[in-house]
Design a protein around this ligand. Structure first.
Ligand code: ZN
Length: 337
């Protein structure tokens, strides 16, 4: 078999591109130990490093079949401009998910007020950069910030992305501070809607999943990162039963391979349910393509070509190629010069 197959490109709806540097060097410990290493790497970043390293990593993403990226960015405004330039140089369609950070983390992550955050967003938009708003998490943003950002996103029709329910400790802290769980707090503060993407939702309970379903919000699942960090498993069948939209992200970029993210998602669902084909092949492609684009507010993004002569497709009948790509291939099947 030879020739190529054209497909819509995959959409990487959640990336912290600087974390690509950590693969292999942040072994051992739990999520919170890894976070210390991550903070040290974040502190090392400059606009020059971002400009150089992000361009290289965006080229890697393009070669792997991702043809749009949502950069969940909290390294500072100058670094945001540098990331946008890097994407432009690489030819990567790019949405800057600019992060609001009130407390914790590093000083460089934080704004003094939610008004300062919105001013930063307005400045980025004025330069023609595609922007979404991203209250980092209920850990990093108090309720008043969430409420103001939710209102701004709704009035400006911007994507709103937020981490939630990645780790049990975050849920315990939210219960202690607010008397409710993270996704419940987001709902109360007006942060859930059709333009909302909740990243992870690994430990979401039934009531939280109901809120995501009833508001039309999307979950961005990042299985290779969630595995690497020991986060846990998306409650895949419960998500599916509620018809909650799903998209994918390479997150920490420990792996850059959309086929692997989709395979892992379906693998999690199979391990949990004892059944095969929990998500159909078409559904999985939809998560990787259309749903991710919608989560970033994109109407169009480039296609990719698959090399049908790749050894991993040898002997596969043409009607089985789409399923075989998800079940048994890596990103090296993507044609890239
Ligand atoms: Zn993240």
């Amino acid at each position: 078999m030879a020739g190529t197959l054209r497909l819509p490109g995959f959409v990487n709806a959640h990336s912290h591109t600087f974390q690509r540097a950590l693969r292999g060097s942040a072994a051992g410990g739990d999520f919170w130990a890894w976070r210390e290493t991550m903070l040290a790497e974040a502190d090392r970043q400059t606009p020059e490093i971002v400009r150089r390293e992000y361009e290289r990593t965006y080229r890697e993403m393009l070669a792997a079949g991702y043809t749009a990226v949502g950069e969940f960015h909290y390294l500072g405004v100058e670094e945001a401009y540098a990331a946008a330039e890097a994407a432009e140089a690489a030819g990567m369609p790019f949405v800057l998910l600019h992060v609001a950070y009130a407390r914790g983390g590093l000083p460089r992550f934080r704004q003094d007020s939610v008004a300062e955050f919105i001013e930063q967003v307005e400045g980025l938009r004025a330069l023609g950069i595609a922007v979404g708003v991203a209250p980092h998490s209920v850990r990093a943003c108090p309720a008043e910030w969430l409420e103001e950002i939710g209102r701004y996103a709704a009035s400006e029709s911007l994507p709103l992305h937020v981490h939630a329910d990645e780790q049990p400790k975050e849920i315990e802290e939210c219960l202690a501070e607010h008397g409710c769980r993270p996704i419940e707090l987001l709902a109360r503060m007006g942060c859930l809607g059709e333009r909302t993407t909740v990243v992870h939702a690994t430990h979401a309970d039934g009531a939280e999943l109901d809120l995501l379903a009833s508001t039309g919000a999307t979950i961005c699942v990042c299985p290779t990162t969630e595995a690497d960090l020991g986060d846990g498993f998306l409650p895949a069948e419960r998500v599916r039963a509620r018809g909650i939209h799903l998209c994918i992200g390479s997150d920490s970029n420990v792996r850059i391979d959309p086929f692997e993210e989709l395979r892992e998602l379906e693998g999690i669902a199979r391990r949990q349910s004892g059944r095969r084909g929990v998500f159909s092949t078409d559904e999985l492609y939809g998560f990787g393509q259309d749903v991710g684009a919608r989560a970033l507010g994109l109407d169009a993004w480039p296609q990719i070509e698959i090399d049908l002569g790749n050894p991993s497709l040898a002997g596969v009948e043409s009607e089985h190629v789409p399923a075989a790509l998800v079940a048994g291939c890596g990103a090296d099947v993507v044609v890239w010069e």
